[in-house]
Design a protein around this ligand. Structure first.
Ligand SMILES: Nc1ncnc2c1ncn2[C@@H]1O[C@H](COP(=O)(O)OP(=O)(O)O)[C@@H](O)[C@H]1O
Ligand SMILES: [Mg+2]
Length: 466
């Protein structure tokens, strides 16, 4: 078998045959004037003066020849010297080039390993004194973020929009630090690649040494520089993960937040990520945690074969309890008790809404005005689902609404049976009116404000609504 080096050498020989001639071949082409002048002559009978003259001429010839020879030899020596200097200089340059490339690329690898060793996650966007500490969820998350050595499943964290998933996950990731890489997943692949690269400190600007670029050109070995960016960053990620595991005897954790944004046009990207998560879980090389809003993304994941490696009990981030919501509005945001209670009756414990509308109150808006804004936003969601009176999904939507008002939640199978049309079922789940909870396998209203809205609207009323 040829090593890379021998193949390289062969190619170079084909390109520059004269530089690779064996040493004896070179010697034949060198001047041999001195030797020609000294060739012994055949013996004859000569007189002394003949001999003397001949000797003189011979000596002169020899001297001339020596002079010529030395002259020619000197220029040959100069050429040899130049070649020698050239070889030494270019060897020096090649060595420098190789060592610089080696240093530069090793430095990049060290930066990547540093990201794994110290963790990489942005701060949550909540100031410390307004933060509600969610002890139960944090305990569950820490068990995943501080895994044991042969941890071999991936995980899903779900919760409705605005329940505080990103905040609690980032808070926990920063507390654990070591081995946890957090990446926000935007719906455009290129942006995801950039986010992943940034999270692990990977630079696409790889230094390719002259020798390597020569090898790539001559031997047609294109290697990494021409690979798609996704595979380059994934390769770098895997190298970092594997070194981290070797150093710490446990796999690192990769958190992929906001994957619900991938549920429509970018569903293939989500499928690929899920397959990668299964592969890493099989190898116990990295644990992937998907963070998703409820909706069709977790549902789609559960229907695929690679769900086999997922931890079957997703961690669900629920709304704040009434006590937590009260503490948040009254103690943290400083809103008076009466308005605090009104806001909780309207919004339940949805932290995103409590924050937004609590801040409006603090800026001087009245509760009545805030209520109008909330109801208008819910009305917009019903429009999107085409569920208002006279709209395409009104009749079937009303059936679901009435079931939910009666029972609080319905079984997913019952939901599918009632809707009796897969596409409409998907539309309803995507439109922020209802939500699917993968932990309990049930469908509920998307928010407390949604329930308040339907209870007020005559078109959804049913005798017996209370
Ligand atoms: N535990 C918390 N304490 C205080 N504020 C919070 C908390 N969790 C979330 N928030 C605030 O609520 C908003 C929505 O939270 P986020 O984590 O983005 O929700 P999700 O990711 O579920 O959509 C954020 O702007 C954040 O500031
Ligand atoms: Mg989020």
């Amino acid at each position: 078998m040829h090593t890379r080096a021998t193949v390289l050498l062969r190619r170079a020989q084909e390109f520059f045959p004269r530089s690779f001639l064996p040493p004896q071949t070179k010697l034949h082409t060198w001047p041999s004037l001195i030797h020609d002048g000294c060739v012994p002559q055949a013996r004859h009978t000569h007189t002394y003066s003949d001999t003397k003259d001949a000797l003189k001429t011979g000596v002169r010839n020899v001297k001339e020849s020596i002079k010529e020879g030395v002259k020619t030899d000197l220029s040959a020596w100069k050429i040899a010297k130049w070649i020698g200097t050239g070889i030494v200089t270019s060897t020096g340059l090649v060595l420098f080039d190789l060592s610089f490339a080696n240093w530069y690329n090793r430095r990049n690898e060290r930066i990547i390993l540093h990201a794994f060793e110290h963790g990489s996650c942005p701060e949550p966007d909540v100031i410390q004194k307004q933060l509600i500490y969610r002890e139960v969820v944090i305990k569950k998350l820490r068990r995943i973020l501080e895994p044991i050595s042969d941890h071999s499943s991936y995980h899903v964290v779900v919760g409705n929009h605005g329940t505080g998933k990103t905040t609690v996950v980032r808070q926990c990731a920063r507390d654990v630090g070591k081995g946890v890489i957090y990446v926000d997943v935007p719906p455009v692949l290129d942006n995801f690649i950039d986010n992943l690269a940034k999270a692990i400190g990977y630079s696409f600007k790889e230094y390719v040494s002259f020798t390597e670029s020569f090898e790539r050109k001559i031997l047609g070995n294109s290697e990494s520089a021409e690979q798609p960016r996704f595979f380059r960053v994934l390769d770098a990620f895997e190298r970092g993960a594997s070194k981290y595991k070797a150093n710490n005897s446990k796999p690192p954790v990769l958190i992929l937040d906001n994957i619900s944004k991938l549920d429509q046009e970018n569903v293939n990207m989500l499928k690929d990520l899920q397959d990668i998560a299964k592969l890493y879980a099989d190898q116990s090389s990295c644990i992937i945690v998907f963070v998703s809003s409820e909706g069709t993304a977790p549902l789609m994941m559960m229907q695929r074969s690679s769900w086999s490696r997922a931890e079957k009990d997703p961690i669900v981030i629920e709304d704040l309890t009434s006590e937590e919501a009260f503490t948040y509005l009254h103690s943290k945001l400083g809103i008076e008790k009466k308005v605090t209670n009104q806001l909780i009756q309207l919004l339940g414990g949805r932290i995103r809404d409590l924050k937004e509308y609590g801040n409006r109150i603090n800026r001087g808006e009245t509760f009545e005005k805030v209520r109008k804004i909330v109801i208008r936003a819910v009305n917009h969601n019903f429009h999107q689902a085409e569920m208002l009176e006279g709209e395409r999904n009104h009749v079937i939507g009303k059936v679901i609404v009435q079931e939910l008002v009666k029972n609080g939640k319905i079984d997913f199978d019952t939901f599918i049976k009632l809707v009796n049309n897969k596409q409409i079922a998907n539309e309803l789940l995507q439109a922020n009116v209802f939500s699917y909870n993968p932990e309990s396998g049930t469908v509920t209203f998307q928010s407390h404000a949604t329930e308040v809205f339907v209870r007020e609207r005559p078109e959804f009323s049913l005798k017996g609504f209370s």
